[in-house]
Design a protein around this ligand. Structure first.
Ligand SMILES: [Cu+2]
Length: 178
């Protein structure tokens, strides 16, 4: 009797271990997205549009793609890129942003950013803004972006020139491609 019970439990344990191993494999096959260093610039004066930045790391083995961003109270939230075109800093809307396997994509002033448009309430320094990013494979992830005039680690991502710091990269730029 004793022996038969033991055998039965061993079989159950073996089955559970197998299920666990399969689940672990299934998880490993999916992209794993990590968000860090999220921050947003405050809205200035009567302005209701601003930019937010986040560092996206894909620690998985498959590529993923950021397809949408959102925050409560905004008219719309877009994924943008910025760059110099004929000597003028211009922004362009992107349909999505590829996050290759094993790589980190860093948003920063003068480059990729999340454009928050027509926000109901002013965004103030010292507060946080919840940012929800939606990825093609990994689904939605929400992170609190701290509101400040400069990046959380401003030593490594210094803005280009001092002028941009006071203007905000959205106010000083032409919008294109809308
Ligand atoms: Cu923009």
């Amino acid at each position: 009797m004793e022996h038969r019970y033991a055998t039965k439990w061993l079989a159950v344990a073996a089955a559970l271990i197998t299920v666990g191993a399969v689940a672990a494999l299934a998880r490993a096959a999916e992209p794993e997205i990590g968000l860090s260093d999220a921050w947003a610039r405050p809205t200035l004066g009567a302005g209701r549009t601003t930019a937010a930045y986040v560092t996206i790391t894909n620690v998985g083995t498959n590529a993923d793609r950021l397809t949408a961003a959102d925050t409560p109270g905004a008219g719309s939230v877009e994924i943008h890129t910025a760059g110099m075109e004929e000597g003028v800093m211009r922004m362009r809307r992107l349909e999505g942003l590829d996050i290759p396997a094993g790589e980190t994509v860093t948003m920063a002033p003068g480059g990729y950013h999340i454009m928050i448009i027509d926000i109901e309430e002013p965004i103030k320094v010292g507060t946080t803004v919840p940012l929800t990013l939606t990825f093609e494979t990994s689904g939605s992830v929400t992170i609190d972006a701290s509101v400040s005039m400069s990046p959380p680690s401003s030593t490594e991502t210094a803005p280009m020139g001092g002028r941009e710091e006071s203007m905000g990269d959205h106010q000083g730029m032409m919008h294109g491609g809308h």
